[in-house]
Design a protein around this ligand. Structure first.
Ligand code: GLY
Ligand code: MN
Ligand code: MN
Length: 430
């Protein structure tokens, strides 16, 4: 896919956005909408600001994640206007603007102030964004119904968005390959993070989320957030969950690598990988995402039984009695887009057997989801199992041995097509 082709699709994306926004505005009785990109807040009691990543709807139009204090005005029947904050400032640089076709579709103006720009002929106006940045803006601030309608415009990705997500996958996989090599060469979590950043040419702060890089037991903390600077004496496993942001769009990929000589753990990684690919094959229009989550529990049960970690219980009863939840406590995934956990996934609450599931909708063409089953050895979840009524079914010595490997997660990004799915991660691995 050439850059030219990708950019040519950007104009179609914007035309589609204009249509979707005009409908959302009309349905909610508004004539125009001002979107604030936002600004990084300062740390409490300090003169240092948090690292900035802009507000979703602003990125949806512009792809500009680093533009603070910018404003985008979307109007029914008129060209959108973008005010970029470009003060004369010898302390900070203004981010440069890439030459891209969207500038034909949006009128760009320079703005010296952080405040709301002067607007004329707004009609009935709504303003959305971080309330901390909206002070003094006219119109209705963050009206609920309109916000929901704006979020809904992000659910079905345009062709351009899917290509951006595919690009973000290809870029992240370069990092995953480098991370794996660094692990096998004996690097620490910190060293692996540097290898990832170098290969992706992305600094940690610009990543869509804090990269999760866990060696050994750390792989069993779902959102492990530190980087040890010293490698363990015996590197047994690497779990890396890391993505790249490209023109605003995120990838969210997890790979698990066994250390040298970890045959049993390696077989489990292979087994979960096969389960994960079967789950990815379920993705198509009309499928209830919750059913993929439930199928994942069946797959984990089958693995627990095939390896002898749990015996004397059928797969169904392992799921019903919560055994699989002790090994796989999170949801099967979520929407992916401008935000790593993209919006509008939970119009209804998740069911009681999947409390952490972030997506409860039926799949439709254009949705992009993650498929990320896991199998972990988490002491606080396994302890009750090993000491409770089902203790006799659990192979404690095997669990003890595997505990030092932490756990496994395998995560791909999958786009729903008209008839099935496109696995944006696996296609880039080939
Ligand atoms: N990287 C966070 C997640 O997989 O949801
Ligand atoms: Mn994810
Ligand atoms: Mn992830």
């Amino acid at each position: 896919m050439s850059d030219q082709y990708l950019l040519s699709r950007q104009l179609d994306h914007l035309a589609e956005l204009q249509t979707r926004y005009e409908r959302a505005l009309a349905d909610n009785g508004y004539d125009s909408l001002l979107i604030a990109s936002g600004a990084a807040p300062y740390r409490y009691g300090d003169d240092q600001a948090w690292h900035f990543q802009g507000y979703g709807p602003f990125l949806h139009w512009t792809g500009l994640a680093g533009q603070e204090n910018a404003w985008l005005w979307v109007r029914r029947g008129e060209k959108p206007v973008l005010w970029l904050y470009q003060p004369v400032d010898f302390w900070h640089a203004s981010p440069s603007l890439p030459e891209e076709p969207w500038q034909q579709f949006i009128e760009v103006r320079s703005h010296q102030e952080k405040d709301v720009p002067d607007l004329e002929n707004t009609g009935r106006l709504a303003v959305i964004g971080d309330p901390a940045c909206l002070g003094g803006a006219p119109g209705d601030h963050n009206p609920d119904e309109l916000l929901r309608a704006v979020e809904e415009t992000r659910v079905h990705k345009t062709g351009y968005e899917i290509e951006c997500l595919a690009f973000a996958n290809r870029a992240a996989l370069r990092g995953h390959r480098a991370a794996r090599e660094a692990f096998l060469a004996g690097e620490s979590e910190f060293g692996i993070s540097l290898a990832y950043q170098l290969a992706t040419q992305q600094r940690e702060a610009d990543a869509p989320y804090h990269s999760i890089i866990g060696l050994n037991e750390h792989a069993g903390t779902l959102h492990y957030q530190y980087y040890d600077t010293k490698a363990p004496a015996r590197p047994r496993s690497l779990l890396i969950d890391a993505g790249v942001r490209f023109r605003g769009y995120c990838s969210d990929i997890t790979r698990t690598t066994p250390g040298e000589g970890e045959g049993r753990f390696g077989a489990l990684v292979h087994g979960l990988d096969q389960v994960q690919q079967r789950l990815c094959d379920m993705v198509k229009p009309g499928v209830d995402y919750i059913d993929i989550h439930r199928k994942a529990h069946q797959g984990v049960a089958a693995l627990l039984s095939a390896t002898g970690m749990v015996s004397g219980l059928s797969d169904d009863s392992m799921v019903e009695q919560g055994v699989t939840r002790a090994f796989f406590p999170h949801g099967i995934g979520h929407y992916l887009g401008i935000q790593v956990h993209d919006v509008a996934g939970k119009p209804t609450a998740p069911p009681a057997d999947a409390p952490f599931l972030r997506l409860t909708r039926k799949l439709e063409e254009g949705m992009v989801v993650t498929i990320e089953p896991g199998l972990y050895f988490i002491p606080s979840l396994l302890q009750p199992l090993m000491e409770g009524a089902l203790a006799k079914h659990v192979n404690k010595s095997m669990l003890e041995e595997l505990r030092g490997c932490g756990g496994i997660r395998i995560e791909d990004n999958v786009a729903v097509t008209g008839t099935g799915a496109r696995n944006l991660t696996r296609e880039a691995e080939l």
